[in-house]
Design a protein around this ligand. Structure first.
Ligand SMILES: C[S@@+](CC[C@H](N)C(=O)[O-])C[C@H]1O[C@@H](n2cnc3c(N)ncnc32)[C@H](O)[C@@H]1O
Length: 350
């Protein structure tokens, strides 16, 4: 494991709801956003033993004693730390071989497309997690490195591949630097939304740019915000409802954030809950973030198989490419990795 001292130290997280010990992850091993795209695996609050830091995020009633329950989006965002959300328990529950996001129908086209984009170049995955995508990609012969904040997630990855096969830098994908240069950086499964401010999301684009060779690509998989399903007087939408599971998204439209609440029911009256905070991004805003980092949108599809993206699409796979390195006659060319101003890029093309 490559170490990095740039791990993020943001503040915050969730709370605890009583749930039945031993209530396992159900048939739906992955939560699904209102868009139908998966956001996160279920996780519990805390057990009676081995209380994790994230347990405090599920406290009921509010331990501050001010009578206010910390379920509002703003409270949860204020409390959340990604490294607490992605703790040992979440990491252990993450993989669901053959099911949900680990099913061949999902993983097959994902790995096919990334392998095609990688060609013979080296590849970097931001937020590599337990290696859901990186491991099969490496098995295809692609050289993959990762950046990941959560050590427990990396520990799960290490049960599948060693450090020589898939090296990982421990750190924040908005700032951490992995050694070397890459022709492809990718960030999948809606994970750019785990960065909870616009500034961090832009920094993430810039960090991708920093790692790429000229003409390199940055691929993002992200859901399309479903604000049309949120009436003005309502604070939450039901993202999915099916036997044994209900998902609710609560909104803070002012700050462009949601918290996804995933409830899994067992027998009796108790349920398991997992909450994940996100900053949602419109495709157009994502493109602008790309421009700020020297990228141009190359393609956008509704899925990994290349389905056309249209106004009804609920998710997208967007491929950004570093602006071409063009050396006009008599002038020195611009290296996109230096993050030139957009007008400078334009000037260079003339
Ligand atoms: C939904 S999982 C996705 C994991 C993997 N990419 C996949 O497709 O299965 C989100 C991952 O992002 C990681 N993560 C969240 N914020 C991060 C950050 N700022 N820097 C690096 N990793 C982060 C979490 O620890 C977790 O492993």
């Amino acid at each position: 494991m490559i170490s990095s001292d740039r791990a993020r130290t943001s503040t915050a997280s969730f709370k605890t709801v009583r749930f039945r010990e031993g209530t396992g992850v159900g048939r739906r091993d992955y939560a699904t956003s209102s868009s139908g795209s998966c956001l996160h695996p279920y996780a519990s609050g805390a057990g009676s033993q081995g209380r994790s830091p994230v347990a405090e995020l599920y406290e009921y009633p509010d331990s501050s004693g001010n009578g206010r329950q910390p379920w509002l989006v703003t409270d949860i965002i204020r409390l959340v730390r990604q490294e607490d959300v992605w703790d040992a328990e979440s990491a252990e529950r993450y993989d669901t071989p053959g099911i949900g996001m680990f099913s061949p129908e999902v993983l097959g086209p994902t790995v096919d497309r990334l392998a095609a984009l990688a060609g013979s170049g080296r590849v970097l995955e931001f937020a590599i997690g337990t290696g859901r995508v990186a491991v099969p990609l490496a098995q295809r012969g692609v050289t993959v490195t990762g950046i990941e904040l959560s050590r427990p997630m990396i520990e799960q990855l290490r049960t599948k591949v060693d450090e020589a096969t898939v090296p990982v830098v421990v750190g924040d994908m908005a700032t951490a630097r992995a050694p070397g240069e890459y022709t492809l950086v990718y960030l999948v499964y809606n994970t750019i939304s785990n960065l909870l401010s616009q500034a961090e999301q832009v920094a993430c684009f810039r960090n991708a740019s920093r790692h790429l060779t000229p003409g390199g690509r940055f691929v993002i998989e992200l859901w399309v915000p479903e604000l049309r399903t949120l009436p003005p007087v309502q604070q939450a939408t039901v993202s999915q409802s099916e036997p044994g599971y209900i998902g609710l998204d609560t909104y803070d439209v002012l700050h462009q954030r949601i918290v996804s609440h995933h409830f899994t029911f067992g027998s009796g009256k108790e349920a398991r809950v997992f909450r994940s905070p996100h900053r949602y991004i419109w495709p157009a805003e994502l493109d602008l973030m790309g421009q700020l980092a020297g990228f141009k949108l190359e393609t956008r599809h509704a899925d990994w198989a290349g389905t056309e993206f249209d106004s009804g699409s609920r998710s997208h796979v967007s491929v950004y490419r570093l602006a071409s390195w063009v050396a006009p006659v008599g002038r020195k060319g611009i290296d996109p990795r230096q993050r030139p101003r957009l007008d400078t890029i334009h000037d260079a093309r003339v």
